[in-house]
Design a protein around this ligand. Structure first.
Ligand code: FEO
Length: 398
């Protein structure tokens, strides 16, 4: 067994997860994680012992070492599975083998998912919202949170500690030796939390608002939020307020200009558009999609009100290099965005029009018809691009 430093969250609750310093992509190759991540699991020691969530299978040994430093796994009475996804359930089979007296506690949808994922003949105890397990002085209270972000997602709450263990919600992909937000650079934590929200939770925004309101009405006191990824919030209002703002669609009065270009004509348009935006005193960010990080650009779409997307034309459509970004945007459905398409063409046209179609499908309010230029933009056309940017800036400011 490797030596492990004990990490106490509150008296009787310990972090027993794993730090994945080297993961650079999540959800396949959808989401980049340049700062790595953590898989957080929590051990609760009382008269009875409970483990909340596990880790990705490759990190089973690290989690097991942390648990063994605190308790013999055979003494674990309950293993709570808040969520079926592999990064939290990957070590479940090994854990259930080691914790041979433990019941596996989850909701029905999680059980269905675990059975289909792992085919284990496990001793389940099914819970639903409001159910509790008394461990001694501490109580585990369960709150189902369907579609935050999977149908099976569930929160575990310990009222005596005012501690919420909401699994994926309020997480960040961030590897660190520190476990608490306040011990790290908070600006970086918030940046990663926004990227996480944008790439994972954005389409569920209406449900997030509803769930936060529901928890508010239940008068649950929450002193700390310990998610399943990244750092623990000792001042939970910071992330709760950020979630409320992101879920409402409130964003900075700023414009993202994302584009790709074949022979620089569309790029010249983009540069003039950015000048037009700036002329109105509105910040703009220029991102060439294939050479920039797509999931960072998605985070920009969460944080900025305006989205302009440009493409050259190929085969009567947009450049395929833009498709992953735009398909992501379509699926993630950012709220209350204004946007428009632009781009160049040689003979047929169709690039900017294809972009316009997807922006509409993504739910973006289109502020102008696609702005197109044949071959290279001349001085007059560059002026039109400048005005196109200005008009967007005015719209964003309004
Ligand atoms: Fe971190 Fe939905 O898994």
């Amino acid at each position: 067994m490797n030596m492990k430093t004990e990490v106490k969250v509150v008296d009787g609750v310990y972090w027993v997860g794993a730090v994945d310093w080297n993961v650079r992509y999540f959800h396949g190759y959808t989401y980049t994680t340049p700062r790595g991540t953590t898989y957080n699991a929590y051990l609760i020691q009382d008269e009875k012992v409970a483990l909340v969530d596990t880790v990705y299978a490759a990190f089973t040994g690290e989690m097991m070492d942390r648990i063994r430093a605190l308790v013999d796994p055979e003494k674990i009475d309950y293993i709570i599975a808040n969520h079926v996804e592999t990064d939290h359930s990957g070590a479940l089979a090994a854990m259930l083998k080691a914790a041979k007296n433990a019941k596996l506690v989850c909701n029905q949808r999680c059980k269905d998912g675990l059975e289909k994922n792992y085919f284990g003949n496990w001793d389940y105890s099914i819970v639903k919202t409001g159910d509790t397990i008394k461990l001694g002085k501490k109580t585990l209270t369960f709150l189902e949170a369907p579609m935050l972000h999977w149908p099976d997602s569930m929160f575990t709450y310990i009222p005596e500690d005012e501690l919420l263990l909401p699994n994926d919600a309020f997480g960040q992909h961030l590897a660190s030796t520190e476990r608490f937000v306040e011990d790290y650079d908070e600006a970086i934590v918030m940046q990663e939390a926004a990227k996480y929200y944008a790439n994972i939770l954005m389409p569920m925004s209406p449900l997030i608002t509803k769930k936060i309101e529901e928890v508010g009405k239940m008068n649950l006191k929450i002193r700390m939020i310990a998610p399943s990824h990244g750092l623990i919030w000792r001042e939970p209002q910071k992330i709760v307020n950020a979630y409320l703002r992101w879920a409402s669609g409130e964003a900075d009065k700023a414009v993202l200009v994302a584009y790709d270009t074949m022979w620089t004509a569309t790029e010249k348009m983009a540069l003039s558009i950015v000048e037009g935006i700036r002329s109105e005193g509105v910040p703009a960010k220029l991102v060439r999609i294939p050479v920039s990080d797509r999931s960072d650009a998605i985070a920009d779409c969460l944080l900025m009100k305006g989205i302009l997307v440009g493409s050259s034309t190929i085969n009567r459509g947009m450049l395929p290099s833009l498709s992953p970004f735009l398909e992501d945007l379509k699926g993630l459905r950012p709220r209350k965005k204004v946007g428009a398409a632009f781009g160049s063409f040689g003979w047929s046209g169709g690039g900017a029009e294809s972009v316009d179609k997807i922006l509409r499908e993504a739910g973006v309010e289109i502020s102008a018809e696609p702005l197109t230029v044949k071959y290279m933009p001349n001085a007059e056309e560059l002026k039109k691009c400048f005005e196109f940017g200005r008009a967007m800036a005015q719209k964003v400011k309004a």
